[in-house]
Design a protein around this ligand. Sequence first.
Ligand code: IMP
Length: 438
Amino acid sequence: MPGTCIIGLQWGDEAKGKIVDLLTQQHDIVVRYQGGANAGHTVVVGDKIYKLSLLPSGVLTSGVTCVIAGGVVFNPAKAIEELDELQSRNVEDCDNLKISDRVHVIFPWHFAEDRVHDSNTSDGENIGTTQRGIGPCYGDKVGRSYAIRLGDLYRDTFRKQVIHNTKEKNRTLAALLPKDEFRPLDADTIFEQYREYAERLKPYVADTTEYLLSAAEAGKRILFEGAQGALLDVDHGTYPFVTSSNSSGVGVSNGSGVPARYINKVIGIVKAYTTRVGGGPFPVEQDNEIGQQIRDQGNEYGTVTKRPRRCGWLDTVAVRYTSRLSGVDSICLMLLDVLSGLEELKICTAYEIDGVQTTTFPSHIDDLRRVQPIYETLPSWQEDLTQAQSLDDLPQAALNYVDRVSQLIGIPIEMVSVGPARSQTIPVGSSPLVTATP
Ligand code: IMP
């Protein structure tokens, strides 16, 4: 059975790109199936650093077909920019890219709407979106009246859709924006621009649902690359401070069109601590010197937005919840090296809400806001871990930390990462990640 999923189990930025890159070599197809250019993947190959936000990380591996499946919201300008960038750096396999004709396309009005809606929540706290038009595009998808899918760009009706949407969107934006901020959108300009994008992308456009179903039935090895993290899942995350797609494991099938029966392994990606970008409750946040030390050591600034990430201790209540939600079989523990040099380490093992102790992750953010984390303190280590090649090279305190995390989450750890390079990967047990080429 061929399907493996990579799912971030926190609020995103767990370094999923590195694991996808390592596992790509053992797969025929890599699929992105939700989110859009709000994601940021950094992949280090040799001395080269690639930053991708829309194309699957698999485009860096030759012989692998990369799919952007129908559940993605698609910014064509961004896709073209990334394709051009890769081609200018001689990454040849962009020919193996397939983009679903079902992806919903992001238009200029979505960016404008993202700005308006983000700063306009009823309780006054911004969601802090990436401003990439993600929520408004998914909103139109579900609302249907203004939705435009990639396949529509090649039809005669496309001009009519753009004229209709531009008129309606101008009307609502004019009502929502202060007068001096409203710039009417021009239907002809948008139509011409998107027709150009469509022409450029034509060789890649395909019915990827059919392609993936046939591939799964034929026993091809498929790697599903989740974007964001499970706590940002629109249905099961810290709503409404979430993204607009199913970013936990439950989103793989609806986004890709591949039924769950073809998925035989789910790998959860967990940072050795926690970060969050944007608004919303974050019980283990360290808005203090410790948080700053983690931010500095981990270079915790957004790949897409460059925003400083909020930093805190590892929260095993949250990760236990998201690993169950995603049906995780094993965990890759990332960025362990970042914790070197801290005075002591804490792990959140339970929550206290209004004096009552619980290990259940709350379903309402009002409850999450009132959480007092209960911590266990572990000894730290001072050694640099970035050169460690095996568990034997890790100091005892780091080994204890890894062990304790696995116990608390209740899932085996199959790999520990001590740096961004392929070679900075320590297998635990008989991990398939060890067979990857450094
Ligand atoms: P949106 O996805 O741009 O609508 O943003 C909604 C929330 O998800 C915001 O808090 C963002 O900071 C967060 N978010 C979206 N994409 C990512 C990501 O790739 N990593 C971390 N946070 C993200």
